[in-house]
Write a protein that binds this ligand. Structure first.
Ligand code: CA2
Length: 149
């Protein structure tokens, strides 16, 4: 099964700024961890990051044709983007929204996710482990025979 992981704006800075909030792992580290687990779970992974909203929307549209599941950390677009929500709402595959930080413990403007009503589930505040948990959950949903333990 193909899984898309989509990362939004500024996540390319991961591990390089604000380690107190986002930790020391870079996005390349997160990708490597995800690729290791995906191989174990027999998932075919595509991993993306963009600072451009339209590019994220285009990847979601492509996923309608190609992907069995999707993980998205939309960055700050979480709190603003009706367009990303609309793109997710027409996706039939399961989608997990991941946030490194617990957005509810942060500034009030981060407490609302525009996407919440259009995703299967959310994982918040667990750092990079959230991506791995999302992959495990999706594998369990879509190919339970492979995703043991
Ligand atoms: O907690 C998350 O994963 C967020 O999606 C991260 C976004 C933020 O706008 C959301 O409210 C919550 C920010 C991503 C920016 O990442 C940086 C990483 C290192 C240094 C600067 C920004």
């Amino acid at each position: 099964m193909k899984v898309e992981i989509i990362n939004g704006p500024n996540l390319n800075l991961l591990g390089k700024r604000q380690p107190a909030i986002y930790g020391h792992e870079t996005l390349a580290d997160v990708e490597a961890d995800c690729r290791r687990l995906a191989a174990e779970l027999r998932l075919e992974l595509r991993f993306h990051q963009s600072n451009r909203e339209y590019e994220i929307i285009d990847w979601i549209h492509e996923a309608r044709e190609t992907a069995g599941a999707l993980v998205i950390n939309p960055g700050a677009f979480t709190h603003t983007s009706v367009a990303i929500r609309d793109a997710l709402a027409v996706l039939e595959a399961p989608v997990i929204e991941v946030h490194l930080s617990n957005i509810h413990r942060r500034e009030p403007f981060r407490h609302t996710s525009m996407l919440a009503g259009a995703v299967t589930g959310q994982i918040l505040g667990l750092g990079p482990a959230g991506y791995l948990l999302a992959l495990r959950a999706l594998a369990q949903m879509v190919q339970p025979a492979v995703a043991v333990a």
